[in-house]
Design a protein around this ligand. Structure first.
Ligand SMILES: O=C(O)c1cc(C(=O)O)c2c(n1)C(=O)C(=O)c1cc(C(=O)O)[nH]c1-2
Length: 251
């Protein structure tokens, strides 16, 4: 037998190893833990919602980038649904609009969210790293990077279970986004996972898949680190020299 035996995991073990990466999901970040244990101030909730808006608007652009790199129409036909989920279509205002409803429900104005004045540079850089990866990676690698969605239904559910009781000042209609994502994320991940299990079949490829998934976990964690500096430690960028939000609003 060839001395260089294939030590790749079988499909089932590979899927389990990808799922095990959930140990590093941002559900465990102190900022999230504080949010669903009721320890956040209204300002901290608003800061998270206003900054996460940048993720919301970038996600469909990211998905369009993946589609532009994918020559397979049958994959594109399914992937397209992600863009419709966020941008909306007849009968559904879409996730970006639902996020703006959440923003208003927590006391932000649409205007201050849409103009991205609250988006911290660290958040922008983290989200843009995801977008830029999707642009330059193969569509299979980019699909793999979406697999943090394996863990997303649990985080949306944890907000639905805990926020209304801890934060009675948040208007009920704000929760629609989280409810909407419960089924959408499950459907997305079925597709993303099938692509990943089909494509990453050698040991080296599977190691690459773990690295890609860790990259995405790093993005989500870094986003919350930036929020922690600004809204928990009260040390936003340039705090040693000014209390003004002088950072750029995106180029
Ligand atoms: O609220 C969250 O914690 C969270 C996490 C993630 C994720 O794991 O990337 C997504 C979402 N939400 C989400 O709402 C969403 O639409 C989404 C799309 C994607 C993706 O990578 O394509 N991730 C996520």
């Amino acid at each position: 037998m060839n001395a260089k035996a294939n030590t790749a995991m079988n499909r089932q073990d590979f899927e389990q190893a990808l799922r095990d990466k959930g140990a590093y999901y941002h559900i465990h970040h102190p900022y999230h833990r504080a949010m669903y244990s009721g320890q956040c101030t209204p300002e901290q909730i608003r800061g998270w919602v206003a900054n996460r808006y940048y993720y919301q608007v970038r996600i469909p652009q990211k998905d369009a980038a993946i589609m532009s790199n994918c020559p397979d129409a049958s994959v594109r036909r399914l992937w397209l649904q992600r863009i419709l989920d966020h941008d909306g279509h007849e009968g559904d205002v879409g996730g970006i609009e639902a996020w703006l409803t959440l923003a208003e429900a927590v006391g932000l104005s649409r205007e201050e969210v849409i103009d991205e004045r609250h988006v911290l540079p660290g958040v922008r850089f983290a989200v843009d790293a995801y977008f830029n990866f999707a642009r330059r990676a193969t569509w299979q690698e980019a699909a793999c990077s979406s697999l943090t969605e394996l863990f997303a239904p649990e985080i949306h559910q944890s907000r639905l279970d805990s926020w209304p009781q801890h934060y009675p000042w948040i208007e009920e209609n704000g929760y629609r986004y989280f409810r909407k994502r419960l089924s959408e994320a499950r459907r997305d991940v079925e597709h993303g996972l099938a692509i990943t299990l089909d494509h990453f079949t050698t040991e080296a490829q599977q190691q690459r898949a773990f690295e890609i998934l860790q990259f995405k976990l790093d993005i989500l964690w870094s986003l919350l680190d930036a929020l922690t500096m600004a809204y928990v430690h009260q040390t936003p960028p340039y705090h040693t020299v000014t209390d003004q939000p002088v950072w750029h609003r995106g180029l």
